[in-house]
Design a protein around this ligand. Structure first.
Ligand SMILES: [Fe+2]
Length: 339
């Protein structure tokens, strides 16, 4: 009990000390690294005069909000994918928002039909191939192809339990059923060049290093690496390919929810509406190389240069409902258990 109280006191005082008199504020808890969202938050502050306080936590964010309970200062919860925003909703930590602006800015596919969560940006889960050893993959190449015996020892992927992968597998369950998804996972595991490890960027790097010829990863990492002098050479070893099988390319979102006990609810809604608006969507696109959710906002020039692709049209809610099943399959095939 003591531990809970001190955690709450700490969080409340952390905000109180930075904003002793300011009532016009909004508190953001973020799974996303703050540097990725800071430019948008700064613009919001400038345009609205509402001060934004941020706390970044890549783990334990849900537990923290739970522990803080009704005293939680959290207004806005930002996550990096559909799985984690669902975790927040299932734990009863979000509240419903009704907003014409959000309905207009965000296509129904990328928000909850109850208004519990909203997608802010899209990311494609793509297949990277070695520029020198493979080149661009032929049209129609699909995730399923990576499980074919001819690619034995040639594929790299991060942990099967990572939420980006689990979301993809959950989408595959929706399209192909559990049995076919399980044999895909067995085939993919059999083709791995090394034990699943690292993040998406590490898979692109592994291609450069000759460890593997094919890898799974999110689209924006490629853009971020090409923008970064130190990582550019690694990215340049790979070509980006949009899987194009039965359901096209799997798309995930970064998402947002208003916290159940949000003390600054009106400002929380204002912030989310702002992030779905033209100015913030453009910044997301330009700085992070994500795809904007707002249909009239354009992807960055670099991202547009990767070409168009056919995105899975499935509702993200339907992916989220298969999440536990997908995780179970990953366990059953002992996906990460590679020597
Ligand atoms: Fe990411």
């Amino acid at each position: 009990m003591k531990k809970v109280i001190s955690a709450v006191a700490l969080a409340v005082s952390a905000f109180a000390s930075t904003s002793a008199l300011a009532a016009n504020e909004v508190n953001v808890y973020s799974y996303r690294q703050v540097y990725l969202i800071e430019p948008m938050l700064k613009e919001f502050e400038k345009d609205t005069g509402i001060k934004v306080n941020t706390i970044f936590a890549d783990k334990g964010l849900v537990d923290r909000v739970k522990q803080e309970g009704e005293l939680s200062p959290a207004d806005v919860l930002l996550t990096v994918d559909i799985a984690r925003v669902m975790e927040i909703v299932k734990a009863g930590l979000a509240q419903k928002v009704e907003s014409k602006t959000l309905e207009k800015n965000i296509p129904a596919q990328f928000r909850d039909s109850n208004g519990d969560w909203f997608g802010l940006t899209k990311r494609a889960r793509v297949i990277y191939s070695s520029k020198d050893r493979v080149g661009k993959l032929p049209a129609g190449f699909d995730y399923l192809d990576l499980a074919k015996p001819e690619y034995k020892g040639k594929v790299c992927v991060r942990s099967g339990k990572n939420s980006y992968n689990v979301s993809l597998f959950a989408a595959m369950i929706e399209h192909y059923g559990e049995e076919k998804t399980k044999s895909f996972l067995e085939g993919l595991k059999a083709n791995l060049a090394q034990k699943p490890q690292g993040g998406d960027r590490d898979q692109i790097k592994a291609i450069k290093e000759g460890i593997c010829d094919y890898a799974l990863g999110n689209s924006y990492y490629y853009g971020k690496m090409l923008d970064d002098e130190k990582q550019r050479a690694n990215a340049e070893g790979a070509v980006i390919n949009f899987p194009d099988g039965q359901f096209g390319t799997h798309v995930n979102i970064s998402a947002v929810a208003v916290a159940k006990h949000s003390p600054n609810r009106a400002n929380a809604v204002k912030l989310i509406e702002y992030l779905s608006g033209d100015k913030a969507q453009k910044l997301y696109a330009e700085l992070n190389h994500e795809y904007p959710v707002k249909e009239t906002a354009k992807a960055s020039e670099m991202v547009r240069g990767w070409g168009s692709f056919s995105a899975d049209a499935i509702k993200l809610e339907d992916i989220a409902k298969n999440y536990e099943k997908a995780l179970k399959l990953v366990d059953e095939v002992k996906f990460d258990d590679v020597k």
